[in-house]
Structures are given as C-alpha cells and as structure tokens.
Design a protein around this ligand. Sequence first.
Ligand code: ASP
Length: 413
Amino acid sequence: MNLNTQILIAAIFGVLFGLLLTAQPDTVFAANSLYGLGILSSIFIGLLKMLLIPLIFSSIVVGVSNLQAGGQFGRVWKVTALSCLTTTTLALILGISCAHIFEVGKGIDIMVFQAAMQSHETPATLTPSSFLTNFIQNTLINPFKAFSDGNVLAVVVFALFLGVALVRGGERFNSVRQISQQFFEIMMMLVGWVMKLAPIGIFALLAKLIATEDLSVLSRLFEFAVVVTGTTIFHGLVVLPVLLWVFGKMNPITFFRGARAALVTAFATSSSSATMPLSLKCAQENLGVRPQTAGFVIPLGTQLNMDGTALYEAAAALFIANLMGLDLSLTQQIIVCLTAIIASLGAPGIPSAGMVTMIMVLQSVGLPAEAIAILLPIDRLLDTVRTVVNVQGDMMISVVVDRYAKQVETEPS
Ligand code: ASP
C-alpha cells in the first residue's frame, strides 16, 4: 500500500476513533487513549518542527543560488510575488462577497457573547505601523538567535541574502555551495523518514482533535462557520485549480493526487510550518517541480502566502461588524482587505496564528479587539480547512512558477 493511501486510511480511522472516544468520555480507556494519542502526535509534530529551520535555511540557500546561477532569480521572485498577491486578493474578494451575500452575523444578538468578551483580556493595540516596526525588529536580527528561537522569517531573510551572495562571489564559494546542496539533500532524506510516520501521526492528531474539541460550540456560530468553511473550500476546489489549469497547465486531479499527503497533514496539524517539509517533498517528487524552484517558493510561501487566513480574517471582520449592527463602508472594506493582506503576511504558520493577527484587522476599522473572544472557541476547528488552502496555494504557485521558469529557459534568446 502506498503512503498516500495509508495516510487517507489513517485519517478516516483517526476521525472514527475520535468519535468513539467522544462517545465514552471520562472513562479510563478514553483517558489512556488520549494520553497515548498525545504522545504520538507530539512525536510526529516534534520531528517535523525539528527539521523545519535547517530545511528552510538550506532549501532557500540552495534554491536561490541555483536560480541565481541560472540567471532566473529576478524573474522567479517577481512571478512568485505576483502569484501570491493575485491568489490572496481573489481569496479576499471571495471572503468579503460571501460574507455580504449570506449576511453573516446579522440578526444574532451580541449580548449572547457579552460574558466571553468581558472576560477576554484586551491585547495591546496592534496597528499596521506598530506591526511593521515589530516585523522589522524581529526579522533583521542575529541569524544564530533566529535559528535557536525558530524565527522562520528571520531565517528566510538571512538565507535569501546568503543564496544571492554565494553566486555573486563566484567560483571561490563553490565548496560552500556544494556543502549547502549536500546538507539540503540530507535534510530531505530525514523528511523522507519522518514521512513514513505520517499515517500514525495523522491518525493520532485527528483522533485527538475530534475527541477534545467541543463540536457543539459550532452550533452557536453555525452559519458563520459554514459560510467561511464553504467559501474557503470553494477557493481551494474551484479558484485555485482553475488558476493552476490556466497558468500551470496541470490537471487539478493530478495536483490533488500528488499533494494529498501534505494537504491531509495540513488539515491534521493546522500548521503550514509543520507541514512544510512534506509540501516540499510532494512538490518535488509528485508534482515535478524542480528543486531550485520548490526550494525557494515553498518555504517563502509557507511564511508569506496564506489565502485561507486572509479570506477568514476579512470574512470574520464583516461578521463582527454585522454582529454589532455596523455597516462597513466601501473604504472600510478596502482597509479590511489591505490589513488582512499584511496580517496574513505576518501570521506564522502555526495553529490559530490568524486569530492573533486578526486583532489588527478589527482595529483597522475601529472594531473592538475583544470581539475575537467570540470566535476563539471555534477557531481550532476552522483553522483546519484554512491551513489546507494555505498549503495548497504554496504548492500550486510552485507549479506555476516552475512552468514559467522552464518556459523562459527554453525561449530562444
Ligand atoms: N494555522 C494557519 C497556518 O498554519 C495560520 C492561521 O492561523 O490562519 O497556515
């Protein structure tokens, strides 16, 4: 049985086992099972996180230096940036439109949430300008500190510089380039080993999620949850595949087959960072993306390209406004979209990161930050689907960018 099939079967059994545990809460069997599931999922996530920083570092250094050596770096990063911006903008338009069409939040009494909002500690004001200052202060730092703190963005920036410098420096840095290449290959070998554990890890993560999350909280915000999830799925199943077909010339079914392992892992972990090693492997080995393109686009996209998160933040801002009986003007909605782009750029690829950066989106149009207390109880569940779309976007863009890079290479100069 191949790994993809094992992962799907494990996911189904994980959900079933989770439901079994929910049916008999407070039993010794349930407590022991949850303990065991906790250990198994921590091992799987821990191994992925262990590889994350060295993998991001080496893949960007190698990817960028190979692209640069082939004279393609300039074009590749521009196409990557343009693709990310296009898909995120489409996700935002979709999120805002669906929130309007379905009038999410209208007619619900905000008093129902009063207690949750009052007990919620208001975080310090987060404005786009303070966010930008923090962003710079946390990104341009000592790389060794960044490595040890697991600060992905700072590692990405340092690796980008290093990759460019390795090529600009010419022949004399060849041995460092070779070492980086070999180090990257070793990391990918380790990813291959961790992937073998994916079925067990996914089984444990999903069973734990179903058994510990209170699914009944969904009922209070049912309409919002359905609209946001439906819209996110529409983006993932219709918008992104059409773009892939048109610009990447890849059949979406081929894409989903190849990306399956990474997408299921994203669903189970709600973390695009933890999923990144698998996304990279699937893109290279199943989708035929050349290592230099995947090695640049996937780690960068993991950090900066989050369609699902942007869509969620925009729709959630409108939901909160409706709940409070406020009508956002067109300008305010544009501000929401622009802030949601910044927020999705800054959100790390970890569970519920979008909730933190959403404070900025709410505050940008004068909505109270405490309102996130309304959404927090259901966030872990909604995070599953938006993380899948975040990861899918990165892998899809790597296909499109690679096709473009190959095309440019074969054009007669
Ligand atoms: N969990 C998401 C991710 O890792 C981020 C978010 O909370 O929206 O991609």
